[in-house]
Design a binder for this molecule. Structure first.
Ligand code: NAD
Length: 516
């Protein structure tokens, strides 16, 4: 671990130990020496943080068996008691917030504030899940038959497979895992192969809690691997639910594999999110939301603002304001407190950024600012870029796609807000959307059923930075899944309708007479 002392301390504090960087799973089955390994380099400075073993199909088998075994015990633990375990996990995360936030930042490249924010999101979902553990409610209904009672109840599903993306290396897993856990499920988590260390750190935190409570570690499992392991999970009938977060390309494969075996899938895929600014927008407010949405996490949030649809009457003014801000954005090491824009995850992402800019210009787009790869002191990794703004048309092929990088497409509209909404909805993705307007008629049109077609529609708030209390997810190519707050928990359970006869006769439903 050739790192500076601070990051080494963080790794140690989180249980990711020197001489033992090899975890393919939370289970202590190690020992095999001839494994494929993967080097984890920080996008911030290119340093090798650790080397991890990549799990094999045999390892996966062991993890599934451990999870199946743990499920037998875990489902019998009363839900509020399961909630108490999640409370303890939340407490441990509070203790480790600083260290885990730093590791998230260093491994993924998001700035420290956002790394800490991600851990806070984990703590918040733990709190939410604790409350939820006493509220896994079903309805009761009146039976049409005398002395009969009907109700429905929710039972745990079994193993929930969580496949997560690199950009929220831990929060998205916790949204799924903490809810699934109070629902009585056990979890197998395959983090992104680009950010496994934060997963290993979380597994250590959880392992302690489970041990302190005499619970098997198989309740929360971790498996390190790439698409191959993900594919084993999605084809495996022993995993009734797969929750997969990532690109639409990946979601289509996972959805197909899970669908072919009639399993359940929860898909959280790519977005192509827009902010509409009408001529009644509060421009000062909107600017903050736009810049945070477009350049925050270096444009690598599923909810990042990719398109800005501005009314022609304020278009020039908005453009001018953005062009003053963009060249002065502090770009640098994510752990430096003055930085607002960190690096892209790797050089492939940089190539995709450059490629998108080139193609959109070939289509007629006009690059107004940014688009460069930074070099020199502090930027040796080649992963730092200057956020770009491009004047474009919504119909351009590149504008229709999600490029996971800080590119903001500026699109002009004229006339009524309906025209802007049509542009906004005119993409295949349907995750997050926002309108800036102080005119109630416009904002209500945006929220109407003929308005935004996205899973998230915000008024006078940007597209990124959702709270855990609401159900999170999107429509169309975004996959249709919902997780986190509201009643998203229901997907982690199976619903059962129960009819109970407390009389001495057996009347049949629909009044059917069946005399034997
Ligand atoms: P990715 O699709 O490359 O990988 C995501 C995960 O899927 C990884 O763990 C990967 O190993 C796994 N995977 C890839 N192919 C697979 C297959 N065939 N079968 C099973 N698993 C497979 O995505 P990424 O680059 O890590 O993340 C960026 C993408 O994720 C963006 O499109 C972003 O919008 C999306 N995302 C969506 C949400 C959301 O909630 N909607 C949240 C975060 C990220």
């Amino acid at each position: 671990l050739p790192l500076n002392k601070e990051i080494n301390d963080v790794l140690h504090q989180l249980g990711v130990k020197e001489h033992n960087p090899a975890y393919s799973t939370g289970l202590a089955w190690g020992g095999q020496q001839d494994r494929t390994t993967r080097s984890i380099l920080s996008p911030a400075d290119g340093h090798l943080i650790a080397t991890v073993n990549v799990a094999t199909a045999e390892d996966y088998e062991q993890v599934v068996l451990a999870a199946q075994e743990a499920f037998k015990a875990w489902r019998k633990v009363p839900a509020p008691k399961r909630g108490d375990i999640v409370r303890q996990i939340g407490d441990k995360l509070r203790q480790h917030k600083e260290a885990l936030g730093k590791l998230v930042s260093y491994e993924m490249g998001k700035i420290l504030q956002e790394g800490l924010g991600e851990v806070q999101e984990m703590i918040d979902i733990c709190d939410f899940a604790v409350g939820l553990s006493r509220q896994l409610h079903g309805f009761t209904m009146h039976s049409e038959r005398p002395q009969h009672r009907m109700y429905e109840q929710y039972h745990p599903l079994g193993i929930v497979g969580v496949i997560s993306a690199f950009n929220f290396p831990v929060a998205v897993w916790s949204w799924n895992a903490m809810l699934a856990a109070v629902c009585g499920d056990v979890i197998i988590w395959k983090p992104s192969e680009k950010t496994p260390l934060t997963g290993i750190a979380c597994q250590h935190i959880i392992r302690d809690v489970l041990a302190e409570n005499d619970l098997p570690e198989g309740v929360f499992n971790l498996i390190i691997g790439d698409a191959e392991i993900g594919s084993l999970m999605s084809h495996d009938h022993r995993v009734p639910l797969i929750s997969a977060t990532g690109s639409t390309r990946m979601g289509k494969k996972v959805g197909e594999a899970v669908g072919a075996r009639l399993g359940k899938s929860l898909l959280e895929l790519g977005g192509n999110n827009a902010i509409i600014m009408t001529e009644h927008a509060d421009i000062d407010m909107a600017i903050v939301a736009i810049v945070f949405g477009a350049v925050g996490t270096c444009g690598q949030r599923c909810t990042s603002t990719r398109r800005l649809i501005v009314h022609e009457n304020i278009y020039e003014q908005v453009k001018e304001r953005l062009l003053k801000i963009y060249p002065n954005l502090p770009i640098g090491h994510p752990l430096d407190s003055t930085t607002l824009v960190g690096p892209l995850i790797d050089k492939d992402a940089v190539a995709a950024f450059k490629n998108a800019l080139e193609k959109v210009q070939q289509e007629g787009g006009r690059l107004l600012t940014g688009g460069d790869i930074l070099s020199g002191a502090g930027y040796e990794t080649g992963t730092y870029v200057t956020p770009a703004i491009v004047e474009a048309e919504n119909g351009y092929e590149m504008v229709q796609e999600e490029t996971f990088a800080p590119i903001l497409y500026l699109i002009r509209y004229s006339g009524e807000v309906e025209n802007a909404i049509e542009i906004q909805n005119g993409v295949r993705q349907g995750l997050s959307s926002a309108i800036f307007s102080t005119n109630l008629l416009e904002t209500e049109a945006f929220l109407a059923h003929w308005g935004s077609d996205c899973g998230i529609a915000n008024v006078n708030i940007g597209t990124s930075g959702a709270e855990i209390g609401g159900a999170f997810g999107g429509e169309k190519d975004t996959g249709g899944g919902r997780e986190s707050g509201s009643d998203a928990w229901k997907v982690y359970m199976r619903r059962q309708t129960n009819t109970i006869n407390y009389g001495r006769d057996l009347p049949l439903a629909q009044g059917i007479q069946f005399n034997i």
